[in-house]
Design a protein around this ligand. Structure first.
Ligand SMILES: *Cc1c(COP(=O)(O)O)cnc(C)c1O
Length: 392
């Protein structure tokens, strides 16, 4: 297929022959902050850099309290302890998500109840939540796919009406907004990821935003192995002891020092990703008009962070062909989640609510294209030309 075009395109472009799906870019200050943390002797958790990052996130989100964690997975585990999920309790979530959303519920003995996603932005379909509610429902876990917000206004309304907790899986949502308010500020709790493949990174890393002030004290205890260590260090209690369940959820201050450098650049990193995202989007407009692909749809009330650029193609066959052509040309593109309701552990521990037609349809047709903070327009244009070639 297209051997002639490839032959003329590739040798001229040696420089851009290998484009990974994702690549982290250093802001430049990471080493200086890490060195400073080491020199000052402050490498354990809850140190100077942890506090700097937490305050930055609190201000950004307008959140009462943010705790850094060693991953978003850890933040989700904390969230479902705080949401008081007991054995048999149900949590409504999309099936089209990463395992950690469901796993954190299952670790409490809870049951993930999988609801379909909206065809436009692949987010939890708020219109299907009510049908999934039973007497065992305790919480809703909206996942902001690709950094595009779920419909938080109706979701919050349903939660209030039925007395449910809202735990936002905001792993992909740093610097995104909904109705001009940050993602992560809507739920009782919200979990962020700083994993190396996300927009703002520290290799592994995450944060839990606690928006219900009544949960802050317990959150600090769970974070610190079930002890009241945080209160002790503030001088609120005179003994430091075991008071509740918990684990070691806090990262080393070395990791926080790295993250601090990234947070300082959060806006410029997001802006560059948006420039690349917009370049893709404009370039594929004609293909969409011809009915060859469907581009991402961003509702007007959502200001996204360009976490993912994807295309929906007509079939699994077309996707396989595109991925193969890109791979041959040195470009690593990829598909995304295996829906959780069809995964072995999803069948064992969770259950679907109704038909998940959209989820089952889109999971075979989605192609995610490379997108990272220091990606050049030359690289973007090369990928755009490869997509056009493979759809000829
Ligand atoms: C990345 C991701 C996670 C897990 O984040 P970690 O920091 O790697 O634990 C959870 N949920 C979603 C939706 C994600 O994209």
């Amino acid at each position: 297929m297209n051997s002639l075009r490839k032959a003329t395109l590739l040798p001229q472009d040696q420089k851009i022959k290998n484009i990974p799906f994702s690549k982290f870019s250093a802001s430049g200050d990471e080493l200086a902050h890490v060195t400073e943390a080491i020199a000052s002797g402050g490498i354990i958790g809850d140190g100077k850099y942890t506090k700097l990052c937490q305050t930055w996130l609190q201000n950004r989100l307008g959140s009462k309290k943010v705790l850094l964690t060693h991953s978003c997975t850890a933040a989700l585990e904390m969230a479902f302890i705080l949401a008081d999920i007991q054995p048999g309790d149900e949590v409504i979530m999309p099936s089209y998500t990463f395992v950690s959303t469901a796993n954190a519920v299952v670790l409490r003995g809870g049951v993930p109840v999988f609801v379909d996603v909206r065809p436009d932005n692949l987010n939890l379909d708020e219109a299907k939540i009510k049908a999934a509610i039973t007497t065992r429902t305790k919480a809703i876990a909206p996942v902001h796919y690709a950094g595009v917000s779920c419909e938080m206004a109706p979701i919050s309304e349903i939660a209030t009406q039925y007395g449910l907790r809202v735990v936002e899986d905001a792993a992909q949502g740093i610097c995104s907004r909904y109705n001009d308010q940050p993602i992560g500020s809507y739920g009782d709790l919200a979990a962020f990821s700083f994993h190396g493949t996300k927009n703002i990174v520290s290799g592994e890393g995450g944060a839990l935003a606690i928006n219900d002030p009544l949960l802050i004290e317990r959150a600090e205890i769970i974070w610190e192995k079930g002890t009241n260590r945080s209160q002790f260090f503030r001088g609120d209690v005179d003994k430091y002891t075991w008071v509740d369940i918990g684990s070691s959820y806090l990262p080393s201050d070395i990791l926080a020092a790295f993250l601090w450098a990234q947070l300082q650049q959060a806006d410029s990193i997001t802006q560059h990703r948006k420039d690349v995202w917009n370049r893709y989007h404009l370039a594929f407009e004609a293909l969409e008009k011809d009915g060859r692909v469907r581009r991402p749809i961003i509702p007007q009330q959502c200001q996204h962070n360009a976490h993912i650029y994807y295309l929906l193609v007509d079939s699994l066959e077309t996707r396989t062909q595109i991925l193969a052509h890109l791979k041959r040309s040195g470009v690593q593109a990829t598909f995304h989640y295996v829906p959780l309701h069809s995964a072995p552990a999803g069948k064992k521990y969770g259950r679907p609510s109704g038909k998940l037609n959209v989820t089952e349809d889109i999971c075979d047709r989605i192609v995610r294209l490379p997108l990272f903070a220091n990606m050049t327009f030359e690289e973007t244009d090369y990928i755009i030309s490869l997509i056009h070639e493979s759809l000829l």
